[in-house]
Design a protein around this ligand. Structure first.
Ligand code: ADP
Ligand code: MG
Length: 536
């Protein structure tokens, strides 16, 4: 197994990686980083979410000097990606004196020119805007030592091929060229033959994996109230012994704290603990003084806890192998086990790819409602109360108050109120955290505004498909749709609106990044502007 420490890279980068909470390289990072460090051109193929940014970011940052000129350019298909990649590189280079700058259309070119003049080492941009700067000579590529084509297949889909070729032609030829792509259509192969220098290809094969036959289910949850959803699931399932998986150390720390604050017996395990701290946590878990172990994949791998009643994927695993590995920790030796996976709307596609790999459909359950949790908890609450009743403890302290209340109220009402007071914290709140306000939708519907329309070949069919895939509602539940040249309105039922919002907010429709927002209510008829004639 490889660790980040095994790479021959600057200590300042290692420190930053540590702070970002990465514990070990992802498969593409493990393979690509040494090749790039050795100076080779590289084609990297892996699905989204596999950590490609750091796979090229780490070795490139390692070779950058503080000289104030552009040394690396990274081409991305969209401005959102440019910003995202820039953010990740800034984090990786936190302890290096390096400046990164995203440049993209839509932002003031003057601002970008001023920023470029101050001396940046890494430029991340969309091919169109980079070309713009090259024409104005506000960006010079003569000292560039590395070029990255990120999400190359998407850039080609979006018609950037000429821009890309133009840019590549202007960079000196003894540069390093890296190309990352989820798929490898012939056009990409051709591009690589023309502009790359005997590149090595690393691809992360989707190896066949089979999941053990244990009960698996996933819960659709909102990003915004994932913790609350987890607690409800835990309360309704009442696991005996569970491992809860998070993606990062930071995630482990945060969730452990949140669970403890809500009164769960939980403790966290991650790579930063000393051996004796780990042992202490494990001892608590084995002798059942905690019921939940919160852990990253790496931390859990080093320990032998196999026999748990529940594996809970608080963060969906990054790949099918790790899914199978995680859930294999339950249901051993003929005992029953359950694997529960929380999936946010934006992760639905990722879940589908895991299902495709393990060749089985994971059934979905709804997050239990407060009522269901209360119903489920009645027995355990009853036990707590009867234990107290059977206890010999002297409760005479409460005599006066008890008498007084019994004189004024029905015993039944008093008991109910006391239970509400005592257990309401365990019940949590029902608010899902979204209030879209008045959106001008039909009764019971929320109306959303989407910032693309016929300009990206939006059609009712495409939109309905996108919504029903992401949210799992039948197409006919989607309400009124109005498609204009540059924007679209769509109405969806109130109860699924938060899911639609999180799923589509920064998604893609027909390859174009879209943004979606609650619509503003329509203006009253008398002062409504005359609708523009739809163009064709
Ligand atoms: P891709 O470009 O392959 O779609 P990204 O580079 O955007 O993937 O990474 C996806 C997410 O995974 C990001 O949030 C990133 O910070 C995180 N990530 C990357 N590498 C690791 C790692 N080694 N361990 C944990 N998380 C990682
Ligand atoms: Mg990426």
């Amino acid at each position: 197994m490889t660790y980040f420490n095994d790479f021959d890279i600057n200590e300042n980068i290692k420190k930053a990686i540590k702070e970002m909470g990465f514990e070990e390289p992802s498969p593409i990072q493990e393979k690509a980083i040494p090749e790039i460090l050795s100076g080779r051109d590289l084609i990297g193929q892996a699905q989204t979410g596999t950590g490609k940014t750091a796979a090229f970011g780490i070795p490139l940052i390692n070779q950058i000097t503080t000289a104030p000129h552009v040394q690396t350019i990274i081409l991305t298909p969209t401005r959102e990606l440019a910003i995202q990649v820039s953010g990740e590189l800034q984090k990786l280079s936190k302890y290096m004196k390096i400046r990164t700058l995203p440049i993209y259309g839509g932002q003031s070119i003057g601002h970008q020119i001023r920023a470029l003049k101050q001396g940046v080492q890494i430029v991340i941009g969309t091919p169109g805007r980079i070309q713009d700067h090259l024409r104005r000579k506000t960006l010079r590529l003569d000292k560039v030592r590395a070029v990255v084509l990120d999400e190359a297949d998407e850039m080609l889909d979006m018609g950037f091929i000429d821009d890309i070729e133009n840019i590549l032609k202007q960079v000196n030829t003894d540069r390093k060229t890296l190309l990352f792509s989820a798929t490898m259509p012939p056009a990409i192969r051709k591009l690589s033959r023309r502009y790359m220098n005997s590149p090595v290809t690393v691809s992360i094969n989707k190896s066949e994996v089979t999941a053990p036959s244990i009960d698996q289910v996933y819960f659709k949850v909102l990003e915004r109230n994932k913790q609350e959803s987890l607690c409800r699931i835990l309360d309704s399932k009442d696991p005996e012994l569970g491992i809860i998986f998070c993606r990062t150390k930071k995630g482990v720390a945060e969730l452990t704290e949140a669970l403890q604050a809500r009164g769960y017996l939980a403790d966290g395990l991650h790579g930063d603990l000393t051996q004796s701290q780990r042992d202490a946590v494990m001892k608590k878990f084995r002798d059942s003084s905690i019921e939940f172990l919160v852990a990253t994949d790496v931390a859990a791998r080093g320990i032998d806890v196999n026999d748990v009643s529940h594996v809970i994927n608080y963060d969906i695993p990054q790949d099918p192998e790790s899914y199978v590995h995680r859930i294999g920790r339950t249901g051993r030796a003929g005992k029953s086990g359950e694997a529960l996976t929380l999936v946010t709307p934006r992760e639905m596609k990722h879940l589908r790819s895991i299902e495709a790999e393990i060749k089985m459909a994971i059934p979905s359950h709804a997050v239990p409602s407060i009522e269901e949790v209360v119903e489920k908890q009645q027995q355990s609450w009853k036990n707590l109360i009867t234990d107290q009743l059977n206890d010999d403890e002297d409760l005479s302290l409460f005599n006066a108050l008890t008498e007084e209340l019994l004189e004024q109220y029905e015993a039944k009402d008093i008991v109910r109120s006391l239970m509400k007071l005592n257990f309401s914290s365990a019940i949590g709140e029902s608010d899902d955290g979204y209030n879209f306000g008045e959106t001008g939708g039909a009764k019971g519907m929320i109306r959303f505004f989407i910032n693309v329309g016929r300009n990206v070949n939006m059609s009712p069919k495409v939109l309905i498909e996108e919504i029903s895939n992401a949210v799992g509602i039948p197409g006919k539940a989607v309400g009124r749709i109005d498609i204009f040249e540059n924007f679209t309105f769509v109405e969806v039922p109130e109860d699924v609106a938060p899911f639609v919002y999180e799923a589509l907010r920064y998604s893609r429709i027909n390859g174009a990044r879209v943004n979606l927002e609650p619509a503003k209510p329509r203006p009253k008829r008398e002062n409504r502007p005359r609708p523009a004639r739809p163009s064709r």
